[in-house]
Design a protein around this ligand. Structure first.
Ligand SMILES: Cc1cc2nc3c(=O)[nH]c(=O)nc-3n(C[C@H](O)[C@H](O)[C@H](O)COP(=O)(O)OP(=O)(O)OC[C@H]3O[C@@H](n4cnc5c(N)ncnc54)[C@H](O)[C@@H]3O)c2cc1C
Length: 446
């Protein structure tokens, strides 16, 4: 038994998973099967007290620490070679206070679980577009999603959080608690401690009008430029994602509107304008619960595939940005590689840049170049080459920085640029709450 096992085994029993244990092979897996880290131990914690024990033990042993929520970080920062994983997979559970319009979620709760718990009350949360994504990773890193125009970023909906800090102490970050930590957690990601629970705002959105419109690739230029015109003046209730699915018969452009306002007829009118951008050969737009809208991209994010992501912020998709996307789609490295574009606007853009750590509040588009390949692909390098080449073309029109939840592990300078005028305050918070850089989720903060 290794020294760290000797310390933690008596406390966690079978919930401590080491390389010799039967469950190790699956416990170390994350969503992206290209991640192949072999942690020293995986500690499946049950509550904040256990998290504190594990954090203290890892520090005493001088081992690197990582935190696993939903396991959906593309770069696999939830697991580290030779490290101690604070695994929150067993810390599930959502409590909805419908009258207050709030929910308390435990540290390992996923998007799908929160939406399912809120739905019977006609409520929804600001989430992203994938059911399996962990709510803490999503929220603390920023959090773009289909309700962003009306409800803001995920981070804008964080009311308070219980956090185990690097010294093993537990604090509550919020307007009535530790408000500097609360500021840092809203965009600064998992750089400050282990969030064992969060209180989140919920919104009365029982149903949305949403779905996929697919246009022929030949119409890409007109669809993207018309898309840019429509979203530039879109009301808060309308958020539209777009991008390219390569597919076995060549690429197609997708436009995926989500209308979350109460007036469905108004939503229909906006969506009719999007339909008229070209000749859609698939039109699946209709009323559905938020959870169904969130599940629309599930087929493109299957666990077990290998993924590599490059990300950029651009002001809009007119001209060179749209051309770079179309050329990326035309040369995609596999029939599963995707170009996905989401948008920050509305409520999220009206938050003062200095009000939370998430600094980039002007309306903009987030572009994800997502290379996808099957395990065992004989030439995986071509997928990286494609993503890098597409990202290099986009870099010519991109804004400084990128969505902090998506910058690569070695992009320190870029990660820092993302925080713009908030960087100094964020570094101060880092020095205050985690001076030893025990939690180093987003690179470059120390
Ligand atoms: C298929 C897919 C779809 C996505 N869609 C969206 C989207 O629509 N919008 C969007 O904004 N983002 C999206 N993302 C990005 C996602 O929000 C981030 O990768 C997020 O960090 C994932 O959180 P997780 O808990 O699932 O990941 P994990 O890999 O478990 O954790 C990633 C990091 O988050 C931190 N973390 C997680 N939980 C905790 C905790 N309880 N306490 C402290 N730190 C914690 C840790 O630093 C950890 O290393 C998507 C990712 C994928 C793979």
């Amino acid at each position: 038994m290794t020294p760290i096992e000797k310390v933690l085994r008596p406390r966690l029993g079978e919930r401590l998973v080491a390389p010799v244990d039967a469950g190790y092979a699956t416990a170390r897996l994350v969503w992206n099967a290209a991640v192949d880290a072999r942690p020293a131990v995986i500690a499946r914690c049950r509550d904040a007290a256990e998290v504190a024990v594990v954090v203290r033990a890892a520090r005493a042993a001088g081992l690197p620490l990582s935190v696993r929520g939903g396991g959906h970080d593309w770069a696999g920062r939830a697991v580290r070679d030779g490290g101690v994983v604070v695994d929150l997979s067993d810390m599930r559970g959502v409590t909805v206070d419908a009258a207050a319009g709030e929910a308390v979620v435990r540290g390992g709760v996923t998007t799908g679980e929160l939406l399912a718990a809120a739905r019977p009350f006609g409520l929804a949360a600001a989430t992203g577009v994938e059911q399996g994504v962990g709510m803490v990773g999503f929220t603390t890193g920023g959090g773009y999603g289909p309700l962003i125009g009306r409800c803001g970023l995920g981070a804008d909906n964080l009311l308070s959080a219980e956090v185990v800090l690097a010294d093993g102490s537990t604090v509550v970050a919020g307007p009535e608690g530790d408000d500097e930590l609360w500021w840092a957690l809203r965009g600064g990601g998992g750089n400050f401690g282990v969030v064992t629970s969060m209180r989140l705002k919920l919104h009365p959105v029982p149903i949305v009008l949403a779905g996929m419109l697919l246009f022929p690739f030949a119409e890409a230029a007109t669809v993207l430029s018309g898309y840019s015109d429509i979203v530039a003046e879109a009301p808060d209730a309308l958020t539209v994602m777009t991008g390219f699915f390569p597919g076995p018969h060549g690429p197609s452009v997708f436009v995926c509107p989500v209308w979350c306002g109460p007036d469905m007829a108004a939503g229909e009118r906006h969506i009719a304008r999007l339909r008229a951008l070209g000749h859609p050969f698939v039109d699946q737009v209709g009323p559905m619960p938020v959870a169904a809208a969130v599940g629309m991209f599930a087929g493109n994010a299957v666990p077990g595939n290998h993924y590599l992501l490059r990300s950029a912020w651009v002001p809009d998709l007119r001209g060179a940005a749209g051309e770079a996307l179309a050329s990326g789609a035309a040369t995609a490295s596999s029939v599963s590689s995707v170009l996905f574009v989401s948008r920050l606007h509305g409520a999220a853009s009206r938050v003062e840049p200095a009000a939370t750590a998430f600094a980039h509040r002007r309306p903009h588009q987030v572009i994800e170049v997502i290379a996808v390949w099957a395990p065992g692909d004989p030439a995986p390098g071509r997928h990286r080459d494609w993503a890098d080449a597409t990202a290099a073309t986009l870099a010519e029109v991109a804004l400084p920085g990128a969505y902090p939840n998506q910058v690569g592990p070695h992009e320190d300078a870029r990660a820092r640029e993302s925080f713009a005028g908030n960087l100094g305050r964020l570094l101060e918070a880092k020095r205050k709450y985690d001076p030893g850089d025990v939690f180093s989720a987003i690179p470059g903060l120390l």
